[in-house]
Design a protein around this ligand. Structure first.
Ligand code: FES
Length: 72
């Protein structure tokens, strides 16, 4: 079952996660650009921000560990 984040544009959680993890989206503006979410009524903004709050630190942590590894 799809976890719809933005009902106006029918954007699901998986699409938001892909934008964050594969396109390095870190802001609501980038989520809008890459997915089209939050370009209608705007009610999904708190949900998208909560996803950004939980997922972006994972990307940053992953990049830090990869950067550390590349030094060797
Ligand atoms: S629910 Fe996302 S813009 Fe309306």
């Amino acid at each position: 079952m799809r976890d719809i984040v933005c009902n106006c544009q029918m954007v699901d959680r998986n699409t938001i996660n892909k934008a964050i993890h594969e396109k390095n989206a870190t802001s609501i503006e980038e989520i809008r650009r890459y997915t089209g979410a939050n370009t209608g009524c705007g009610k999904c903004m708190p949900y998208i921000n909560s996803i950004l709050d939980s997922e972006v630190p994972k990307v940053v942590q992953k990049e830090k560990s990869q950067r550390k590894f590349k030094l060797w």
